[in-house]
Design a protein around this ligand. Structure first.
Ligand SMILES: [Zn+2]
Length: 459
């Protein structure tokens, strides 16, 4: 009896010991186990503060090494709490939420408002409780629209041509501001003269049939103001020109250019070569040119003056802007393209002089354009000179009015020695004829800016 009693006591001790050992090893196991996720979920939010306006949505990204189990997104003013999103037992590694802000009532204290994001993972860490992350982001309520007032603008704009607008903007938290012409045409204003006044040039891209220009201002809370810019739209019908491709041109110019540009496939039909050059290469080359002629380099502008461009002293125009060229071979149409500059010719290898000071932003051989140079002037205006035989200025150089920057030639896709001249405004080819006329520049750009400055100073 006694011995059995002892045995039972020993047995109890044994069970206790086993229990303690198991518990300790379980704890050690959890603390040392490498695949227990100890890192809390991450909450990706772009902002340190969030502006809340009408129809405001924000994107919240939740991520965890293991799985997100629960999340909860609320807005609170310290007393009231509004749940925007909540889910339990999700078990996803990544969650992307697009949260819409609700309308809050009068009693909600907007000044104390914060967004609270809580996420918990499915880890066994913390004694099966998981890891938790909490983020608090201050909310700034703003439901006033940006206020736009047009001060001065061009009276008219011609298809392919340019215009200008000056306006004032009242908005402390601006997020995006641009001139929208429709058809994918956007131009970005810069500060003008003083206070909250802005100026932007715009171009009615000749490839776009119609425009409806507006100023668009969007604040950080998502409030969007759109104001139309009323201008007289002058529709122009640009010429169509039918060009018959000669065997001589295809065999000599196209074959040589195709070889010089190292285009593939090496062995292809002369018409295929022409189509490749006129369409694929033209697109690639124009994209490269425009990419180098997009930025506005000033932060603000106070005074603007510009001389009309006269790149050659005496010249004849041999190719007009905006012409839609249709190419045919043996009576069959094979390709087409727009001519987005003017071609002017003088004597061979004539000197090209600058009419305005500027900065050389690009010099290179560019496929069909041949040897080219791009100058930056002001307010997003660039001038391009192509088919050159020689260059005298290089990227980074500052040039003055009257400097000889290059000589004309016939590099690239040129038939005979001539200069291809383009005006580019914020990455869009503009009708150069306007910028070749001092009268047009004075009446349509400079007068508008002078008038705007006068009106701003009156206030
Ligand atoms: Zn040309």
């Amino acid at each position: 009896m006694r011995s059995s009693h002892y045995t039972r006591r020993n047995n109890n001790k044994g069970v206790m010991l086993i229990a303690i050992v198991s518990l300790v090893s379980l704890i050690i196991f959890f603390f040392t186990m490498s695949d227990v996720d100890r890192s809390p979920p991450s909450i990706a939010l772009k902002y340190n503060e969030i502006y809340v306006g009408k129809n405001k949505h924000i994107k919240i990204k939740l991520k965890d090494n293991a799985h997100i189990k629960n999340y909860k997104i609320t807005i609170t003013d310290g007393n009231d709490e509004i749940v925007l999103a909540e889910e339990e037992n999700v078990l996803e590694k990544k969650i992307i939420l697009n949260v819409k802000f609700p309308k809050v009532d009068l009693f909600f204290k907007k000044d104390n408002a914060i967004l609270l994001v809580e996420a918990k993972d499915s880890s066994l860490w913390n004694f099966f409780m998981g890891n938790k992350t909490t983020r608090e982001i201050p909310l700034i309520f703003d439901d006033t629209l940006p206020e736009i007032r047009i001060i001065s603008k061009s009276k008219s704009i011609r298809m392919g041509g340019s215009g200008v607008v000056v306006f004032s903007l009242k908005e402390d938290n601006i997020e995006d501001l641009y001139i929208n012409l429709g058809g994918g045409l956007k131009f970005y204003p810069i500060k003008f003269h003083k206070d909250n006044n802005y100026v932007s040039l715009m171009v009615w891209d000749v490839k776009v049939n119609n425009i409806s220009p507006t100023i668009v201002a969007i604040d950080k809370a998502g409030n969007e103001a759109i104001v139309p810019i009323i201008m007289n739209k002058k529709f122009s019908s640009y010429k169509k020109s039918k060009i018959k491709l000669s065997n001589n041109f295809l065999n000599k110019k196209i074959t040589n250019l195709y070889r010089n540009l190292d285009l593939k496939p090496e062995e292809s039909d002369k018409i295929e070569k022409f189509i490749n050059i006129n369409e694929k290469q033209r697109k690639l080359n124009s994209t490269l040119i425009l990419a180098n002629a997009t930025k506005i380099k000033e932060n603000m502008i106070n005074s603007f003056s510009l001389n009309s461009f006269t790149p050659l002293r005496r010249y004849a125009t041999v190719g007009s802007f905006g012409v839609f060229r249709e190419f045919s071979y043996r009576k069959l149409k094979v390709s087409e393209s727009y001519h987005l500059g003017i071609d002017i010719a003088s004597i061979r290898n004539d000197n090209i002089k600058t009419s305005n000071s500027g900065e050389v932003v690009f010099t290179d051989e560019v496929g069909i354009y041949g040897k080219s140079i791009i100058l930056y002037h002001q307010l997003g205006i660039y001038s391009l000179y192509s088919h050159l035989s020689e260059l005298f200025a290089y990227k980074g150089n500052k040039v003055q009015k009257g400097d000889i920057i290059a000589k004309t030639g016939q590099t690239g896709l040129a038939m005979g020695d001539h200069l291809h001249f383009s005006i580019i405004i914020q990455g869009v080819f503009a009708r150069p004829n306007e910028w070749l006329s001092q009268e047009w520049i004075d009446n349509n750009i400079i007068a508008i800016l002078d008038n705007a400055k006068y009106l701003i100073d009156q206030n």
